[in-house]
Design a protein around this ligand. Structure first.
Ligand code: ASP
Ligand code: MG
Length: 587
């Protein structure tokens, strides 16, 4: 028999009629012979209403009491839906998170799931019942031995559903929602955004964290880590929706369901070269010219980093395979001759990367990686970060040492360690989707001492304050004080906290200070095929140049290319890139 976990969100159960509709739909799934575990959210916007009530009584509600209150929203839905099912002669029983045994950490309002007990659910399924479970909630064991009600964070019932599917080893987890599935971009901004049939969990994680929030990112992490088939589809019709794919099925280890080690692989890629063009003009079209030229020369560029412009000029740095250096150098020299600026190249470099799900969403991970390397005396030439991978470019002589130290720090086993793995093109599109995140600010720390460990220290300060930074770019230029600048982008809401987090550090670095960039937006293209196809980044830069949009920062990772642009250019950029890669439904 097929065991399905199906989740219905707030709008899908927004009123009595909708609940009755959903009950009919569940009844037909049941009649087809499926075993069903149903997870529901609170009705409509009732979680918002409850939050509002709380704030009316206390502008700073104690987290324990807030969880006690918010968890009631889902309890209403499970009871009503079960009643509706029973009315249709479908045996059903509701269960709260604590009745099931959804055990979480004690962090109220953002608890991660440690374990889910499955015995009671299985008993009810055996009796032929549909089990209706409250999403978003769990219980922690609490200090006083009383089980405490916790919630997983807003939007968390997606996470409840996928975690249940993992614990029950279900055949699939289906998320029913008010949109037809995952689209190639935000349909409110781009009219012809198209439904994707499939997307990998890694690609989805890169898009989700960038603002294409259809799914709670933690739900995607769980699906990826345990190889759960996850489907997002409409609760309003029978269309197939989008299937999220992940590699292999894995069983839940002892470390905790959601806390299972976020880093699950490390890889070292040797024989890399770094090419840096500095003091080149800061104008639309330069990056496009450069990377188009390289792509015409058949050169696959890996990481690309452009730091924030200083005065009228830019620095662009990128990595390629060492064998391509002579021709790449020639092409860059020709360009520099017409543009002005300087060219430097560096051979004997290696790229060391950690992989996992939701790495940048757990700010301590990148900090730990950089710290481990700097403690082992490994200097970081370049840094590239993304949700599923953090990479450093380092000197080859220190490659194996860095690999060993980082593998130990993250407790990785031999089979998780890869040296010069081959990546094959599996036919995935170079760009699957495009996202715009208007909620970022760009912060540069000027006059950071140019010594190993500075980036690590900065990341540690952010991590200790719970701040997730995204793009991290170290400038190429040193100024006369033998210092450099490091730029970050972070969420607008964290801006104040970032000041506080960096205060002690800035005191200890002479002449250092924080500079905030003017309004920015981040546009990102994501696609697994990007890693192996030549010229994707150049095409993205061309799409922006065609609209006369200037790029302020570039940061790429294996399956994502992100550009920081002016806030005012955001919507235009999104449309242009979406169209350039022919992602629309009218293409
Ligand atoms: N009811 C919760 C919320 O509104 C959880 C969810 O719907 O996923 O955030
Ligand atoms: Mg949701």
């Amino acid at each position: 028999m097929t065991l399905l976990v199906q989740k219905f969100g707030g709008t899908s159960v927004g009123n009595v009629e909708r609940i009755q509709e959903i009950a009919k739909r569940i009844a037909s799934f049941k009649e087809q012979g499926n075993e069903l575990v149903i997870v529901v959210s609170a009705m409509g916007d009732s979680t918002n209403q409850l939050t509002k009530l709380a704030l009316e009584v206390n502008s700073c509600p104690p987290p324990r009491e807030l969880d006690m209150l918010l968890s009631t929203g889902e309890q209403v839905t499970i009871a009503l839906l079960s009643m509706a099912l029973i009315k249709l002669d479908i045996p059903a029983q509701s269960m709260t998170g604590s009745q099931v045994g959804i055990i979480t950490e004690s962090a109220h309002g953002r608890a991660r799931i440690l374990e889910i007990k499955t015995e009671k659910i299985r008993e009810l399924l055996k009796e032929g019942k549909v089990v209706v479970i409250a999403g978003f909630q769990g219980t922690s064991l609490g200090s006083g031995k009383t089980a405490e009600i916790t919630t997983l964070g807003r939007g968390g019932s997606d996470t409840s559903a996928v975690a249940l599917a993992a614990a029950l080893n279900a055949d699939a987890c289906e998320i029913y929602t008010d949109v037809p599935g995952v689209l190639t971009t935000d349909p409110r901004k781009v009219k012809d955004a198209k439904l994707m049939r499939t997307i990998s969990c890694d690609e989805m994680l890169e898009l989700a964290s960038l603002g294409a929030a259809v799914l709670h990112p933690r739900a995607v992490e769980i699906a990826r880590n345990y190889g759960i088939k996850l489907v997002v589809r409409s609760s309003l019709d029978n269309s197939k929706g989008t299937t999220l794919t992940s590699l292999e099925k894995k069983y839940i280890g002892k470390e905790g369901l959601e806390l299972s080690r976020p880093v699950n692989a490390i890889e070292l890629i040797e024989n890399q070269s770094v090419i840096a063009l500095s003091n080149i003009p800061d104008q639309p079209g330069i990056a496009a010219d450069l990377f188009e030229t390289l792509s015409k020369g058949g050169i696959n560029v890996d990481l690309i980093i452009q730091s924030t412009h200083q005065g009228q000029t830019n620095d662009i740095t990128f990595t390629i395979s060492e064998k391509d250096l002579p021709i790449a150098k020639l092409l860059c020299e020709q360009l520099i001759n017409t543009l002005g600026g300087e060219l430097t190249t560096q051979n004997n470099m290696s790229k060391l990367s950690i992989r996992g799900a939701g790495i940048m969403g757990r700010p301590g991970i990148a900090a730990k990686f950089f710290e481990t390397l700097s403690r082992s005396g490994v200097n970081l030439r370049l840094i590239a970060t993304s949700e599923v991978k953090v990479s450093c470019v380092i000197n080859s002589e220190l490659g194996t040492k860095g690999l060993r130290c980082a593998s130990e720090a993250f407790n990785l086993k031999d089979k998780q360690i890869k040296i010069n793995p081959t990546t094959n093109f599996l036919g995935e599109p170079e760009v699957r989707g495009v996202a715009l995140d208007p909620n970022q600010v760009q912060v540069s720390v000027i006059n950071v001492p140019d010594i190993p460990g500075s980036a690590a220290t900065l990341c540690r300060s952010f991590a200790d304050a719970g701040i997730c930074v995204d793009t991290i770019v170290q400038s190429e230029r040193k100024n006369n004080l033998d210092s450099k600048s490091i730029s970050f982008t972070l969420n607008k809401n964290d801006r104040k906290a970032a000041d506080n987090a960096l205060k002690p550090l800035l005191k200890s670095w002479p002449n250092s200070y924080i500079q905030e960039g003017t309004g920015i937006a981040r546009i990102s293209a994501v696609g697994s095929g990007m890693a192996t196809q030549i010229g994707t980044a150049g095409r993205m830069f061309r799409a922006l140049a065609n609209e006369n949009i200037n790029i302020r920062m570039i940061a790429t990772s294996e399956i994502r290319t992100s550009c920081i642009i002016s806030e005012k250019d955001g919507d235009n950029a999104l449309k242009a890139v979406h169209k350039f890669f022919k992602l629309g439904s009218t293409e």
